[in-house]
Design a protein around this ligand. Structure first.
Ligand code: PFF
Length: 474
């Protein structure tokens, strides 16, 4: 029996449906692309251990705070915060934080879809390679046979130089996201998550086992888990903190929005724990999947953002069944990306439904098409508009192209601001009895949670914000 709890009359049909969808939202390009990139660039172990600390001390309390707001408010992020504020007898102006989050989610989905479009392109590259191998009677051969490392790496340059190809991929990805969101919670988002997430985990474990067999898992584990504390610079700490927020989907009201569709009586503390644990486990497993393959071929783990798109495809060339594994690998990333992008588009869509009274179809169309258009500007920034610097007057973004500007502004400014306000709102302003009855935490857990939320989170997030905006301080 589906119990709908939200103002829009739709909701998750069970607790496990919510957990799966929220894990789907959290696990995305952040885990499979950004985490290995940062861990590789930052020298591995010390970054990884500090990151885990950030998740436990900061991420989990904030995750619970956002789930609490959604569960108590039961409508879009703005309406939910307004309701909690009213019940707590504090200013309803706090609801602006929900508006800030919805705007951030709208901007993030615009470039997220462009990056997911690159993944889609690589799915196409590896699909044609694999089916070519299959028809040639060699389904288990390495990928992209006979191509040099330069040729393989060059594919990314070819893609970036071709606005029409980028646009097609972006259109396909955003269109799929839009269709799922337009179908609503139980009929669209939940169905997508319950099909895609199990497929995701099967692929993830399968490729990790493959990497362990043909690659060098010992070296990868040593790289990821042996800390060299001298590498833990303030910049590395800052990026680990920011990555923890991004990976857990915090600060953009995504978890508030998903939390509003939860049924009454769901234990929120253990739910937050399950989501945080799964997200972190996937990031670590992604490291244990990617680095054995990178090390086996003697490639550079610190390749940066191109690690997944250029380094890894080359590694697949000399691996047994590399063609098939390459295809599965990019399908895996695509699945993770789509369950995240639907959660991003859902935030402004729910706002349009809850606050503006639009139908779900109208709201998702307005924001989906809007984000698509901003995404077009982002992808043109790689070719026809390559010298456009949208925030060029600001020294921090003086050299930054369109996509990186939208990414940098949301990640460095909007997301930490959102997380900062949420921690202050729930840590200091929300009514204690409402908090206790909604979360259902034991007294000890409640005290620890409130302490971390009221003191550690605002402090740490304020540090990310200030050092992110004024890097010269570090
Ligand atoms: N957590 C997602 C990832 O790691 O890729 C990104 C994201 C999704 C951020 C949804 C925010 C959000 F609301």
């Amino acid at each position: 029996m589906a119990i709908s709890t939200s103002a829009t009359g739709d909701g998750w049909s069970s607790r496990s449906a919510f957990i799966l969808a929220a894990i789907g939202a959290a696990v995305g390009l952040g885990n499979l692309w950004r985490f290995p990139t940062l861990a590789g660039e930052s020298g591995g172990g010390a970054f990884v251990i500090f990151y885990i600390g950030c998740v436990v001390l900061l991420g989990l309390p904030l995750l619970l705070a956002e789930i609490f707001i959604g569960r108590a408010g039961q409508t879009d992020a703005v309406g939910s915060i307004r309701k909690v504020a009213t019940q707590s007898r504090v200013s309803p102006a706090w609801s602006l934080v929900g508006g800030l989050g919805a705007l951030a989610a709208f901007l993030i989905v615009s470039f997220y879809s462009v990056v997911a479009g690159w993944v889609l392109y690589y799915v196409g590259v590896f699909a044609s390679d694999f089916f070519g191998a299959l028809f040639a009677g060699e389904p288990f051969r390495g990928a992209l046979q006979g191509q040099s490392q330069e040729q393989i790496a060059g594919r990314m340059g070819d893609l970036f130089a071709n606005p029409w190809l980028l646009l097609t991929m972006h259109l396909l990805f955003m269109g799929t996201t839009l269709i799922i969101v337009a179908r609503g919670i139980s009929g669209g988002i939940e169905k997508a998550a319950t099909w895609l997430m199990p497929a995701f985990f099967v692929l993830l474990l399968g490729i990790t086992i493959y990497g362990a067999i043909v690659g060098d898992i010992g070296e990868a584990a040593a790289f990821l888990f042996t800390p060299d504390w001298s590498k833990l610079t303030p910049e590395v700490m800052n990026s680990a903190l920011g990555q923890a927020l991004f990976s857990l989907s915090l600060g953009v009201a995504g978890i508030i929005t998903y939390g509003s569709y939860i049924r009454q009586g769901t234990p929120l503390g253990s739910t937050a724990l399950a989501i945080g644990f799964a997200d972190t486990a996937v990031a670590l497993i992604a490291g244990l999947m990617i680095f054995p393959i990178v090390f086996a071929v003697g490639l550079d783990p610190a390749a940066g953002p191109t690690l997944v798109f250029q380094t890894l495809p080359f590694a697949f060339e000399s691996m047994p069944a590399g063609s098939l594994i390459g295809l599965l690998f990019f399908v895996l990333i695509l699945v993770a990306a789509i369950t995240s992008s639907i959660s991003l588009l859902e935030v402004p869509t729910a706002w349009g439904v809850g606050e503006m009274g639009w139908s779900r179809t109208k709201s998702s169309l307005i924001f989906g098409v809007g984000a698509f258009l901003i995404g077009i500007a982002c992808l043109l920034g790689y070719n026809v508009w390559s010298d456009v610097r949208p925030l060029g007057f600001w020294s921090l973004f003086a050299e930054t192209d369109i996509l990186d500007t939208v990414d940098g502004f949301t990640g460095k400014v909007m997301l930490p601001l959102g997380a900062l306000f949420v921690s202050i709102f729930v840590g200091w302003r929300a009514d204690r009895r409402l908090l206790e009855s909604t979360t259902g935490l034991s007294p000890i857990m409640f005290t620890i949670w409130r302490f971390l939320l009221a003191w550690l989170c605002p402090l740490a997030v304020a540090i990310i914000l200030v050092t992110g905006l004024f890097p010269s301080i570090l």
